[in-house]
Design a protein around this ligand. Structure first.
Ligand SMILES: CC(C)(COP(=O)(O)OP(=O)(O)OC[C@H]1O[C@@H](n2cnc3c(N)ncnc32)[C@H](O)[C@@H]1OP(=O)(O)O)[C@@H](O)C(=O)NCCC(=O)NCCS
Length: 234
């Protein structure tokens, strides 16, 4: 858990009309609506996103990490809300980014994904991830990457059913000491051969978990090499 406290959010209407809280995309299953995130949703939904992710993912994420993703790539975050609740509560979220990887391929990256326990097994995560993938394809991504704990059967099955392949095992990748698989989805022929340049990532930041990316605790150029080593990354 991060020791950052959720800041009190600005007052929001008790029931937000869907037309005003984002781009309504579709409703499947019934009573679930999918919304493309927008910064204007932060007061209402960022606290809920943080609560859901910190409950379900072992890795602690500070507020900086959420803002790193949501301020730069808000459109690559999708949320599912339950329209039967009086406040259209958040029930699932995916958070992503898209940028060039070490001067090589345009790489989409799925940083966080979670579905509230009582809504699992209804296709919410698969729908959210599919929307993110579709948008990355529209934005000319070459490949999409992510990491997941090696023991996370639900996530592994979900991603492998979408075509992701295991590309690398990252020993003791997470702060809790658990190992991860890096999964890759190639979107174009020959993408695996696009050269990358280690000059762009001499300290291996791209092999740090999202909890460390752009986090002031891991300042660029001053990576704790022992920590990287402990995580089996170098
Ligand atoms: C992983 C997680 C996001 C899946 O969410 P979900 O909304 O229940 O997933 P979906 O209903 O969209 O399932 C999609 C596919 O995932 C796989 N899957 C989902 N839950 C599964 C489970 N408990 N066991 C095995 N496979 C599972 C299945 O292949 C499923 O497809 P199917 O229903 O056609 O068989 C959810 O379990 C969760 O929030 N876990 C905790 C957080 C987490 O692990 N996040 C992923 C980090 S990488």
């Amino acid at each position: 858990m991060s020791n950052e406290q959720v800041r009190p959010s600005a007052p929001v209407p008790t029931t937000l009309p869907l037309s005003e809280i984002g781009k309504l995309i579709q409703s499947n299953p019934p009573n679930i609506s999918y919304i493309q995130y927008d910064i204007s949703l932060e007061p209402k939904y960022l606290p809920q996103i943080r609560a859901l992710i910190s409950k379900d993912l072992s890795e602690p994420y500070s507020i900086y990490v959420y803002r790193y993703f949501l301020y730069q790539w808000p459109e690559l975050c999708f949320i599912a809300i339950d329209t039967t609740t009086s406040e259209n509560d958040l029930v699932a979220v995916v958070i992503c980014k898209l940028e060039r990887h070490r001067g090589g391929p345009m790489r989409g990256y799925i940083a966080m994904l979670a579905t509230q326990e009582m809504h699992r097994g209804r296709g919410l995560a698969k729908t959210l991830v599919s929307k993110a993938i579709d948008l990355m394809i529209a934005k000319n991504a070459d490949e999409i990457a992510l990491e997941t704990e090696e023991t996370n059967t639900a996530a592994m099955r979900l991603y492998e059913s979408l075509g992701f392949l295991r590309s690398k095992k990252l020993h003791r990748y997470y702060l809790n000491g658990n190992s991860a698989y890096r999964l890759l989805l190639y979107l174009k022929p020959g993408v695996g051969q696009i050269p990358t340049d280690d000059f762009y990532d001499p300290f291996g930041y791209n092999d740090l978990p999202p909890s460390a990316q752009d986090d002031p605790r891991f300042p660029q150029g001053q990576a704790d090499k022992d920590d990287l080593f402990r995580r089996g990354i170098v």
